[in-house]
Design a protein around this ligand. Structure first.
Ligand SMILES: [Zn+2]
Length: 348
């Protein structure tokens, strides 16, 4: 069968292997036929040799962590043939730590977790894959062309759950939300904000392509420029760029009792002149919370599946700006200027 693989740590080792072995039975009871995988920034970091770890006993890693497939067989009976599923990316560490021990692998404390297509587990960019039933998430049948958005949606579902849990520390009636960055994570964060009935503002570096129209279709307002130039504060800020000036500006624009959620990963090594004392003063005197979030556990994947099922399928399909058939696989990994989400299709 076909698989997209890399040799982790070796730049430009990306290739299509035509005779990749069928998935091993010990990868999980559920056999799934791939429909598509989404491509994201983490894939590009792995392709560039900056990140990624091969599966044990192999020098190579199958890419792909934003999965969508159809169940072929599940002898456990948890799923039925034909069910639409996505595979949970992260597995608990083997120790396990106190969080992994209770299914909170998104909060793993020792870093020994594994991740499909990223760290020590083969990914989903192959014709067939296997997964244990408890790591398979069933999707609404109407998401047969969109379900690869579940993984990025799980990340924002966790962000929203944590925002709401933090907000529960006191009486809190938030009304306004700022999302910084209109990439896939920012747009999905805005979708979940709109589903909650908030007044939503989305800020992006440029107004090119579909992004402004997608934001407006949510009933939200699209802005360019800096967070500071918006000249106002927000009850909730979701930072989805990881760009240091945007991160700092975002922390300064939280309203009293406001919550700033950081989801972007900065590359580091860049310093900016910044008044840390003024920031501290603003955070303390307004009871602000700034927190970071990554990954998602099974509960968040289920919340994400509900959010996608409730979303307008036309809106979700407009987020997918290119669909590349497996025969032209390399195009899926060559970014183009107006890309939002690119998917690689195995079936069609
Ligand atoms: Zn752990």
């Amino acid at each position: 069968m076909r698989a997209i693989t890399v040799t982790p740590g070796k730049p430009n080792s990306l290739r299509l292997v035509e005779d990749f072995p069928e998935p091993d039975a010990d990868e999980g009871a559920v056999l799934v036929e791939a429909i598509a995988v989404g491509v994201c920034g983490t894939d590009h970091e792995i392709i560039n040799g900056e990140y990624g770890e091969a599966a044990p006993g192999s020098t190579d890693l199958v890419l792909g962590h934003e999965s969508l497939g159809r169940v072929v067989d599940d002898p456990t009976g948890a799923l039925s043939p034909g069910d639409l599923v996505a595979g949970i990316v992260r597995y608990p560490d083997p120790v396990p730590c106190t969080n992994c021990a209770v299914g909170e692998w998104d909060m793993c404390r020792n870093g020994q977790y594994t991740e499909h297509g990223i760290k020590g587990l083969q990914g989903f960019a192959r014709d067939r894959w296997r997964i244990p039933p408890k790591f398979a998430v069933r999707l609404d049948p109407k998401l047969a062309e969109l379900g690869m958005l579940l993984e990025p949606t799980s990340v924002v579902a966790k962000a929203w759950e944590h925002i709401e849990r933090i907000g529960g520390r006191a009486n809190w009636e938030p009304k306004t939300v700022l999302v910084a960055g209109a990439g896939p994570i920012g747009l999905l964060a805005a979708l979940l904000a709109a589903q909650r009935g908030f007044e939503v503002h989305v800020l992006n570096r440029s107004a090119n392509g579909e992004k402004p129209a997608l934001v407006e279709a949510l009933g939200a307002r699209f802005h360019t420029g800096t967070v500071h130039e918006l000249g106002r504060e927000f009850d909730i800020v979701l930072e989805c760029t990881g760009a240091p000036p945007v991160v700092l500006d975002s922390m300064c624009q939280a309203a009293p009792n406001g919550i700033v959620c950081l989801t972007g990963v900065s590359s580091g090594g860049r310093t900016i002149d910044f008044d840390a004392g003024a920031l501290n003063r603003a955070l303390v005197l307004e009871n602000n919370v700034v927190f970071g979030t990554v990954n998602a556990n099974r509960r968040h994947w289920e919340l994400a599946a509900e959010a996608l099922a409730a979303a307008d399928p036309d809106w979700l399909s407009r987020m997918i700006t290119r669909r590349v058939p497996i025969d032209e696989w390399s195009k899926a990994y060559s970014p183009e200027p107006d890309d939002i989400k690119v998917v690689l299709e195995f079936e069609r």
